[in-house]
Design a protein around this ligand. Structure first.
Ligand code: SF4
Length: 209
């Protein structure tokens, strides 16, 4: 593979089913991130899900557990989905990048944003998930997912809550990543941003009706 840019492509199985993808992704070495992370954290949810939610990358807890959105940001996400009236069973959750990127500070592993090379390398997994699911809605949670699927011209704060043209689904929506809410300095700002997040997620129901 010398001279070729990092890519998950050689690991994508010929037969595209969620179980086949999940199994194959466990062995992906398409970019450097597999080497230090605990494991691949692949997407999860029903193959019949009509909504695909795409985050950035697994966090520390997800990396250890092997499941997406099981940490604090996941709790915010699933509460917001419930408050938006979106059935949890109707969603599939995944990340733009399937391995945890971090830097060590003492005994702690601090989240490090994936670089463009990691996002591009991991895109074949996301494309394969979309091909299997054929969702009505793809919701990009934060800038990394938006960059991966909607390109670098999309701005989350400017374009949130709109339906964006895309080759992936009937509708593509961008909104913030739930982890951004956890960084709000006080309760009132958290509530304000939480309400906007729920408003964005409600768009799924309005358009599905
Ligand atoms: S981040 Fe994606 S491309 Fe890189 S090793 Fe992990 S699964 Fe493969």
């Amino acid at each position: 593979m010398s001279g070729e840019p990092p890519s998950a492509k050689p690991w994508i199985p010929a037969r595209l089913t969620l179980p086949a993808l999940t199994k194959a992704a466990k062995g992906c070495e398409g970019c450097e991130l597999y080497a230090r992370a605990t494991q691949t954290v692949f997407g999860e949810g029903s193959a019949a899900a009509r909504v695909m939610l795409v985050g950035e990358q697994p966090g520390d807890k997800e990396d250890l557990d092997g499941h997406p959105f099981v940490g604090p940001a996941g709790r915010v996400l699933f509460q917001a989905l419930e408050d938006a009236g979106v059935d949890r069973q109707s969603v599939y959750v995944t990340n733009a990048v399937k391995h945890f990127r971090f830097e060590e500070r003492g005994k702690r592993r601090i989240h490090k944003k994936p670089a463009a090379v990691h996002i591009t390398a991991c895109l074949p997994w996301l494309e394969a998930e979309i091909q299997v699911l054929r969702p009505d809605f793809v919701v990009c949670l934060g800038a990394t997912a938006a960059q991966s699927l909607a390109g670098s011209t999309v701005r989350v704060l400017r374009d949130r809550g709109k339906l964006l043209p895309n080759p992936w689904a009937t509708a593509l929506i961008v909104t913030v990543h739930p982890s951004s809410l956890l960084r709000m300095p006080d309760r009132s700002q958290y509530q304000e941003q939480y309400d906007l997040f729920v408003r964005d997620l409600k768009l799924i129901n309005q358009r599905a009706a």
